[in-house]
Write a protein that binds this ligand. Structure first.
Ligand SMILES: C[S@@+](CC[C@H](N)C(=O)[O-])C[C@H]1O[C@@H](n2cnc3c(N)ncnc32)[C@H](O)[C@@H]1O
Length: 322
């Protein structure tokens, strides 16, 4: 049996007998005015973090969500789009598609603004999306891509890139891990399917994203996720796993490489009203400017005593330099 088949079986089981906390952090569930999330949908929250960000959802975007789970994030996306087929949900596991649709019926009962036909739920594989090229404004996945091994991860990212319109956004939440994962854990198909042992170090994850062509990447959040300890797992050291929320934008790739925003800020505090690096960045006196890591490095290399560059906050929320 391949690990992809094991994954399908794990989520068939998870659809038939919801298992609270199967694969999610304890991050509180996004509550919004007038949004009532059915209990079963909450129990089937098999994600980490959130991929639903209101600032991505202006101008009536067409949303694609891959790996539906109990449908909670689809409902949250529908909350913003509120139109027939405004959101497409894709999953490879029949039982998960059925459970998700059932949850939408309950969601309709609890939310007068919601209609099940706001979400088109379709069977499909993240590795071969049944979606037309350049047709999606916002594509999202939560806690699915970390399960994929390198080759499949590349293919899944290429698929998301293919279906996004130019400047479209890929919003993802996944575990990452800076400690080297023992091979026995990496190859444990069930642990991988449960989002515990497939995660990459954050920079490798970012490189996979930029290698398929995304010109801009934003790290929006980073938080503790799990500990794999020697008492409970086949490891002789403690493995600390985090989860990240990332947005990758299908911008043209800059000639000098991608812009990756990790939450760095530059502040000019010299004697002039502003500082102009003549490369498109104007720093107003004592006004923080969010900068990508490339710009942060270029400004730091000027060795000026009147420019402060902050560290990465891993909490980038827009307004950046590029
Ligand atoms: C970890 S769960 C995450 C569910 C949901 N995103 C959430 O946050 O609750 C992974 C989801 O991906 C689905 N899945 C697994 N393999 C898939 C594949 N190759 N293509 C599409 N969906 C897949 C599973 O059925 C499950 O719904």
């Amino acid at each position: 049996m391949s690990y992809l088949e094991t994954t399908r079986n794990v989520y068939k089981e998870a659809a038939e007998s919801p298992s609270i906390g199967l694969c999610c952090t304890t991050t509180p569930i996004w509550q919004l005015p007038g949004l009532n999330i059915p209990v079963k949908m909450q129990q089937m929250n098999y994600g980490c973090g959130s991929t639903v960000h209101p600032r991505d959802l202006i101008n009536n975007p067409k949303v694609l969500y891959v790996g539906v789970g109990g449908g909670m994030e689809l409902l949250q996306f529908a909350y913003f789009s509120r139109q027939k087929d405004g959101v497409i949900g894709i999953d490879i596991v029949d039982e998960m598609l059925i459970a998700c649709k059932e949850n939408f019926v309950e969601a309709e009962r609890l939310n007068p603004w919601f209609s099940s036909d706001f979400v088109e739920v379709k069977k499909g594989d993240a590795l071969h999306l049944p979606v037309a090229d350049c047709s999606i404004d916002v594509a999202a996945q939560n806690c699915l891509f970390n399960i994929f091994k390198q080759e499949e991860l590349k293919q899944a990212l290429q698929e998301m890139y293919r279906v996004l319109k130019p400047r479209g956004r890929l919003v993802m939440s996944d575990p990452t891990c800076e400690v080297e994962m023992p091979e026995t854990l990496r190859e444990d198909e069930r642990l991988r399917a449960l989002c515990l042992s497939g995660s990459l170090p954050l920079w490798e994850y970012i490189m996979m994203i930029t290698d398929v062509g995304f010109g801009t990447v934003e790290i929006r959040a980073k938080r503790p996720y799990r500990i794999l300890d020697p008492k409970n797992y086949d490891t002789d050291k403690l493995i600390y796993v985090e989860s990240v929320e990332v947005c990758a934008i299908k911008d043209p790739m800059p000639a000098d490489g991608p812009c990756v925003f990790t939450g760095k800020t530059a502040i000019y505090y010299g004697n002039e009203a502003s500082f102009d690096d003549k490369k498109g960045h104007i720093l107003l006196s004592n006004q923080p400017l969010a900068v990508c890591d490339k710009t942060a490095a270029a400004l730091a290399s000027l060795n000026r005593e009147d420019i402060f560059i902050s560290g990465s906050t891993w909490f980038y929320d827009g307004g950046g330099c590029c």
